[in-house]
Every structure is written in C-alpha cells, then in structure tokens.
Design a binder for this molecule. Sequence first.
Ligand code: COA
Length: 332
Amino acid sequence: MAYAAFRSIGAYIPPKIMTNADFEKIIDTSDEWITKRTGIKERRLSEAGEASSDLGAKAAQIAIDRAGISKDEIDLVICATVTPDFLCMPSTACMIASKLELPNVMAYDISAACTGFVYAVSVAKAFVESGMKKNVLIVGAETYSSILDYTDRTTCFIFGDGAGAAIISATEDKSEAIIDVNCSSDGNYHDLIKTPGGGSLHPCSQEVLDQKMACIKMKGNETFKLAVKTLTSDVKVMLEKHNLTNADINHFIPHQANYRIIKAVGEALDMNDEQTVVTVDKYGNTSAASIPMAMNYAYEQGKIKKGDNVLFDAFGGGLTWGSALFPFSPKN
Ligand SMILES: CC(C)(COP(=O)(O)OP(=O)(O)OC[C@H]1O[C@@H](n2cnc3c(N)ncnc32)[C@H](O)[C@@H]1OP(=O)(O)O)[C@@H](O)C(=O)NCCC(=O)NCCS
C-alpha cells in the first residue's frame, strides 16, 4: 500500500501592507480596538488585477522546488479557495496549472472556506493512498480584498490576501506517512459567515450590487464562540484517537482568525507558546491560505524539521472544520 507523505511547504505573501492605522482612515475603529479584540496589526493585499491563481502559482512553485520534484511529476492540482479567479469556471486550480505550465493534469477547486486547506490534505491523502495519484500539489489561495465591504467595520479589518502550498507524495515508508485527517461540517450554521448574493440563489442583479451581497457578511461574536469550542474538541478527538498527548506535538498550527481564539484554544489544550504557530498579527485571516502560510512562516524561521509532528486545526464558513496530523517528511 502507498502512504501519503507531506513533503514540502511554500507560501507567497503579497508585499502590499494594510495596517490598522489605514483602517482608522476609512472606518470608525482604532488600532487599539483591533489589536485588543483580534491581535491583528496588519494584513497583506494583492495588487489590482492580481488574482488568487497568481498568488497560488507563486506559492506552488516554491513548494515544488522544495519538494525536489520536477513539475512534470505532478499528477493532481487541488486549490482550496472561496475567492476564485472566476465565479463558476474555469477553476482556480486550472488557472494555477496553466500558469505553472502543467497542461495535462487533473485540477479542481475545493470550497470549504477557512478549512479548505485541511480538506485538500484529506483528499490528497486519499488519492495517494488509493494509488490513483503520486504527487499532489495542494494550494490554499485567497484574495479576500475582492469580497470585502470596506464600509462594514465589523468584518473588513479581519481578512487579508495570500497563498500557501504543499506537495503530498506517495511513499512506501510508513514512518513518513500522514497519520490522520478528520474533516467535518454542519450546514445548519450556514448563516454565520456568508456571501449571500451572486450565486444561483440570488444571481447577480442591481440589488446584489447595491446591497453589496457578493461581499462577505459575518456574525463575528457567534462565530467566535463556536470556533473556540470546535477547534478545541477537534484536537482532543484527534489526539485521543491516536493515543497521543499535547507533548507529542512539535508544531500546533491553528487557523489564524483571531489571537483570542488561538489563545483560548491553546490554553484549553495546554499547548505552549513554543508549540503554537501565530501569524495572525502579520497577515490577518487569510482563510484557506492561513494554515499553509503559518506553517511556511515557522518553516522559514528554521523551526520545522524533518520528522517533527505537525497538527493543523481549522474552522470556517459552512460551517466546516478539520484537523490533520502528520510528520513533516521532506525527502532530504
Ligand atoms: C469580529 C470580532 C473581532 C468582534 O469582536 P467581539 O469581541 O465579538 O465584538 P462584538 O461584535 O461583540 O462587538 C463589540 C463592540 O465593538 C463594536 N465594534 C465592532 N466592530 C468594531 C470596530 N472595527 N472598531 C471598533 N468597534 C467595533 C461593536 O459595535 C460593539 O459595540 P457595542 O458594544 O457598543 O454594541 C470577533 O467576534 C471575531 O473575531 N469573531 C470570529 C471571527 C472569525 O473567526 N471568523 C472567521 C472564522 S473562519
């Protein structure tokens, strides 16, 4: 049987910075309030005309180079995004494949909001273990700036743009294998985080434009409470299932939505600051890109070494949630 190894990580961080002080100029808020309520100090923005696939292709190229494979060896491209280049088609994964010059490759998108990258790990693992694919490129790429209402002071300051990517490859060495991925959802909570217009329920119309219905609307406070509860229980279930404790985890990488959420979850799980990766202060919430961007940050700081146990913990619109547990397994 083939196992699936998490071989490499990469990210593309757009250089353009939007600080809390920049938000003070456009909405009724303050750096002090945003910092205290979220821990966010700044976030990145793509340039006009720069789409999710542009960010994703740049992150992907880094992940491919670090995996030490030729791009021709990639036989599946999955892009997790809720800010695709185009509303319906072509998929952002197809655009990434085209930008990387990978013509004859299976490519498609996953829509699971902030949990998207963990869903992609789950699907890549299944494809590799089934023997259908050998080298899967997974990408989380978002340009939230394209769906934000910059007059909505309750939501617009939270999100940012960016992309992260990884290569998941077949191996026969069980010690390299992704241990487990557990993903779930509950659509009964669909109203908490939503882009209400522009889809088949409310197709694009003057009303959709006037009411900014294609922009993200979020019930922040209710989402906050569910996020803390779900992110905590998700990890407890994963660790118990594998007879592990928090001490077995070298790098705990939770979804980067709000520092208060990360802190509350970390405390409930007894994860210390050394184990827990935090980038929300620098990048805000980049949805499906948040976990791979955070992992890449720790990797580039020299913190993540071969064989280290990594634990992803994600939560987002849908609602969706999921966790992934694996040893980091670069070839060399
Ligand atoms: C959005 C969020 C930061 C708001 O923080 P909060 O502590 O829940 O704040 P509340 O919504 O209860 O609002 C508190 C007060 O701040 C005000 N407020 C809202 N936005 C503000 C802003 N940008 N600046 C200043 N004040 C603001 C509110 O109007 C409210 O005022 P009131 O008490 O006079 O009514 C927080 O709820 C959050 O991070 N939620 C989760 C988001 C998330 O995880 N999303 C993605 C999941 S993938």
